[in-house]
Design a protein around this ligand. Structure first.
Ligand code: PCA
Length: 215
């Protein structure tokens, strides 16, 4: 089994993105699965093509995309991506869509095809806080999740795909107001490792297949 794990470039004035920094700490092999890492541009127009290029080159069985959600208190597993781009700040190429559909002809939303509950359970059972999330936001992460699920629904239905958000790394919180939530890169990396392990071990019984929940 092969798992493609992606993390974004730094954005919004940050000098690091904990998503990709944590991925760099992961082993090459998790629970027997080969891990392929990819850094993705934090740009609405570039993120999905970059991941699709890697899909075609690596032919993974699953894709776990990861992004920074500054302000969140723990690792969160996203359940749904929505067909909306609404950026509170410009992306790394200066694009700042407002109230735009990601795909004018696309459905309103896609559910993650990763075993989201099994991921949360595995991370929590190893002593790391983790929660399900019902919103990946409306910025570049949601765009990548939506585009990935759209493309996989149409062209790569055998690939399980979804998204995790991670909090700021401790290094990023040093210069922010007291109380800004953060986690160590080692903890974030361990959570991502446990997420990959859950994907390897969980049977393929995701929401879409069980309940036909493609909206
Ligand atoms: N987080 C942003 C985009 C890139 C990233 O790591 C987001 O949540 O949309």
């Amino acid at each position: 089994m092969k798992i493609l794990m992606t993390g974004f470039e730094p954005f919004g004035g940050e000098t690091m993105n904990p998503a990709y920094e944590a991925l760099k700490l992961l082993p090459e092999n998790i629970a027997g699965a080969k891990i392929i890492r990819l850094q993705v541009p934090t740009a609405f127009s570039r993120c999905a093509p970059a991941v699709e290029e890697a899909l075609l080159a690596c032919r993974p069985d699953a894709v776990i995309c990861v992004g920074q959600a500054g302000g969140r208190t723990c690792v969160t597993v996203e359940r749904v991506a929505i067909n909306l781009a609404d950026a509170g700040l410009p992306d790394n190429l200066g694009a700042q869509p407002v109230d735009e559909p990601i795909r004018a002809d696309g459905p309103a939303a896609y559910f993650s095809t990763l075993p989201v509950r099994a991921i949360v359970k595995n991370i929590r059972e190893h002593g790391i806080p983790c929660q399900l999330s019902c919103s990946a936001g409306t910025y570049v992460c949601n765009c990548l999740m939506y585009e990935l699920l759209h493309r996989s629904a149409l062209f790569y239905p055998h690939i399980r795909a979804g998204f995790l958000h991670v909090p700021f790394a401790q290094e990023q919180a040093v210069d922010k107001p007291g109380g800004t939530p953060s986690a160590s890169l080692a903890t974030i990396a361990r959570a991502l490792e446990l997420a990959a392990e859950a994907v390897v071990k969980a049977p393929r019984d995701d929401l879409q297949e069980k309940k036909g929940l493609i909206c």
